[in-house]
Design a protein around this ligand. Structure first.
Ligand SMILES: Cc1ncc(COP(=O)(O)O)c(C=O)c1O
Length: 394
């Protein structure tokens, strides 16, 4: 089956002759077993609400079909999915390799939590490729990459990282949120685990948080399951249902996000205010050749670095936008733009761009309205810059 067909059919295992199209929401703590034998068998599949009901199983099945792995487990947020995945493989005294462009709360989990439990963390340059082997220690258990990074968009060499990890008995975990499991298949490239903040494109409507953890093989899947069990995480059935509903339209939504993202990025690349476009489909993006090799498309999230402008001009730009919203997260139907400071979240590499970084999410609006909005923002930015320069000259 082709990917778009899988997204519509996977996880719809209705047995009854008459049934609604969508899997109903099955909320539960207690599950009742009619007979003792049902109890003995049932605990292997749907045993207790915390471990999920048939609503969760349906979403897990559909995400497994999307990612191409063996099994998927759910988490109440994307961040929790990263945490469950990392904790599945490390104990006190171990070492992990973490990509330097990682989503900042994942980095904070390493700094503020893992290191308290004597797990050493070394951050690596996202463009390191096979040289990662020089950082591997006998106690390295995990290499964690996020490709592309969701702020600065460096694309990483997953097959090289996978080889290095496997040569040394470590696991490779990929945060696959940007590609939504649709434009990149990390497991087919050698990753052991593909994690997603389904909060973004799978849910797609900015109305709930959810994480997915897909394992490549039985041994990995079992460790993920024990980690999920030990941490006591629970994903609400309502949120699993929302994610399943979102997933059905993932294909056409992503193609629209992709087309609009490319149009916006091309338009921005010609603007005099822009220094660099950080969009994996653009040559100016670090790792662009790897994107061409490994990905089948791009989504709607990218950044641009502006030429230096005063803070007042950035404020005027944002306050002038009315179609783009200003807010965290992405992957919903609405366009977003934020100002971010990557220099605050790096240790293995330095961020030396002079101008401010703006991250855009291209939503599903008409692109011409988005361009008009940006045009207005840039006009206000220019006026504020001029005013500031006049004030500075006295
Ligand atoms: C790349 C990436 N991974 C993980 C997360 C965390 O997802 P959540 O907000 O669902 O915890 C985010 C959120 O922005 C993200 O951008």
């Amino acid at each position: 089956m082709k990917q778009k067909t899988k997204l519509v059919t996977a996880g719809r295992p209705h047995k009854r002759p008459q049934h609604p199209v969508n899997m109903p929401v099955e909320r539960a703590s207690t599950i009742l077993f009619p007979t003792y034998n049902d109890y003995l068998e049932g605990v292997k599949t749907i045993a207790y609400g915390r471990l999920g009901t048939s609503t969760h199983r349906a979403l897990e099945e559909a995400v497994t079909a999307l990612e191409g792995g063996l099994e998927t487990r759910l988490a109440p947020s994307g961040l929790q999915a990263c945490i469950v995945a990392i904790l599945a493989f490390v104990k006190s005294g171990d070492h992990i390799l973490m990509v330097d462009n990682v989503y900042d709360p994942t980095r904070k989990f390493c700094q503020r939590f893992l290191e308290r439990f004597q797990v050493d963390v070394t951050y690596f340059d996202p463009l390191i490729g096979e040289d990662i082997t020089s950082l591997i220690r006998p106690n390295t258990k995990v290499i964690f990459a996020e490709s592309p990074g969701s702020l600065t968009f460096e694309v990483q060499d997953i097959p090289a990282l996978a080889k290095a990890a496997h040569d040394h008995g470590a696991k490779l975990i990929i945060d696959n949120t940007w590609a939504a499991g649709y434009f990149l298949k990390p497991i087919s490239l050698g990753a052991d685990v593909s994690v997603q903040a389904a909060t973004k494109y799978i849910v797609g409507h900015s109305d709930c948080l959810l994480g997915t953890i897909t394992s490549a093989d039985e041994e990995t899947a079992q460790k993920i399951y024990y980690s999920q069990l030990a941490l006591g995480t629970n994903t609400s059935a309502d949120d699993a249902w929302l994610a399943l509903r979102g997933l059905r339209t993932l294909g056409p939504r992503l193609e629209r996000h992709e087309a609009s993202g490319l149009k916006l990025a091309k338009w921005l690349s010609k603007r005099p205010e822009i220094d660099t476009v950080l969009h994996p489909a653009f040559k100016t993006c670090p790792g662009h050749a790897l994107w061409k090799r490994d990905f089948t498309g791009s989504t709607g999230l990218f950044s641009v670095v502006l030429k230096p402008v005063p803070q007042e001009a950035i404020k005027a730009f944002f306050d002038g936008l009315s179609v783009f919203g200003m807010g965290f997260s992405w992957g919903g139907y609405e366009s977003l733009c934020i100002h971010s400071k990557p220099e605050n979240n790096r240790t293995a590499t330095t961020w030396d761009k002079e101008g401010p970084l703006l991250r855009f999410h291209a939503g599903l609006e008409d692109v011409s309205d988005l361009l008009t909005d940006l045009e207005k923002g840039f006009t206000l930015m220019a006026a504020a810059t001029k005013k500031k320069n006049q004030v500075d000259k006295g």
